[in-house]
Ligand binder design. Structure first.
Ligand SMILES: Cc1cc2nc3c(=O)[nH]c(=O)nc-3n(C[C@H](O)[C@H](O)[C@H](O)COP(=O)(O)O)c2cc1C
Length: 313
């Protein structure tokens, strides 16, 4: 059984969420942290660094810090601070983020059409990085065969592991992960490979594990957030039923509600809870009106009332 890794989701897999999920549910021992952007005027600010500090994370969970960067020098400067402060033994390079504001600056998935820039970046970083470097990428930005030009370059460097989200950047999160194209890409890469994309059921995970028996890991994002029992279910080979999933969500919601209420107020608090409810709502009810009421709540009282109606539906 390959290991299961919680995917990074900016605004969702916060330290509080990772800690709660790992302390209440089993089946995964690692989480990649959402990206921190490097800058050319010094290391990342403390408010970003605190997200990955060991004291703010569950110590049973290995946290892999991730950097979004296009300059090798900036990456090295940020990485040094992360290694010193967190004792990280691995840092991940994000070349998969599809957001227009990121790709427009030739970062994230915006780098995938530029093999020569990736080659230069890796040359600078691999010469000096004091810990392992892993990469999280997509198949391409526009074309799902862009990886063909990248694989020989990635194979030239001592990369510890490559996570491949089997979509293009242009797809964003739409359509389906292209498992056949992932198979071709994986075969061309000599490093350990982690599969990522659309693992939302035991059945899908089983298919991936059977088809790729030598995978280094499976990274699960939206599926594990929507169904906190998913990693345990994959490990046991048995899907939880709707009632078990609803109880799991109810307990996790209760914990997140209490913990976010301690540190956030008003809109910031509601924003965090609603991000989670985008995943939990459809698991709790098929009634779109009830889900919409939760997502449109304008104050905490309205939110609580709408949540109760949704949960009891
Ligand atoms: C809201 C959101 C935020 C994300 N933030 C990040 C991020 O910070 N770093 C990253 O590498 N991927 C990020 N991703 C991509 C996920 O890690 C993952 O690759 C993607 O959701 C596909 O996996 P899944 O189908 O299991 O969710 C994000 C995805 C979403 C939906």
């Amino acid at each position: 059984m390959p290991r299961i890794i919680l995917a990074p989701l900016q605004g969702v897999t916060t330290p509080l969420f990772r800690t709660a999920l790992a302390s209440m549910f089993t089946g995964f021992d690692e989480a990649m942290a959402p990206f921190i952007t490097t800058t050319s005027n010094g290391p990342p600010p403390a408010k970003h660094m605190k997200e990955i500090l060991p004291e703010n994370n569950n110590n049973r969970l290995k946290i892999i810090p991730q950097l979004l960067s296009k300059e090798g020098g900036d990456f090295l400067e940020a990485a040094k601070v992360i290694v010193d402060l967190c004792g990280a033994d691995e840092i991940n390079w994000n070349i998969g983020c599809p957001s227009g504001t990121v790709t427009g600056k030739k970062r994230g998935a915006g780098l995938l059409p530029y093999p020569e820039v990736i080659d230069r970046f890796l040359g600078v970083v691999c010469a000096k990085l004091s810990c392992k470097l892993s990469v999280k990428m997509r198949l391409g930005m526009i074309d799902s065969r862009e990886w063909e030009a990248l694989a020989p370059i990635l194979n030239n460097y001592p990369i510890s592991e490559i996570t491949i989200h089997a979509r293009t950047g242009k797809q964003q999160y739409d359509g389906y992960a292209d498992v056949d194209m992932f198979a071709e890409c994986k075969a061309a890469i000599k490093h350990p490979v982690v599969y990522n994309g659309d693992v939302v059921s035991v059945e899908f995970a089983d298919k991936i594990i059977k088809r790729f028996p030598d995978l280094s890991g499976i990274m699960v994002g939206r599926g594990l957030i929507a169904n906190p029992l998913l990693s345990m279910s994959i490990q046991n080979g048995c899907e939880a039923d709707k009632k078990e999933r609803s109880i799991a969500i109810f307990n996790l919601h209760k914990k997140m509600f209490a913990q976010y209420a301690e540190i956030l107020q008003g809109g910031a608090f509601l924003g965090r809870m609603k991000e989670l409810m985008k995943y939990w709502g459809p698991m709790l009810s098929e009634d779109e009106r009830l889900i919409r009421d939760v997502l449109r709540a304008r104050c905490v009282e309205d939110y609580e009332e709408a949540y109760k109606a949704l949960h009891n539906s």
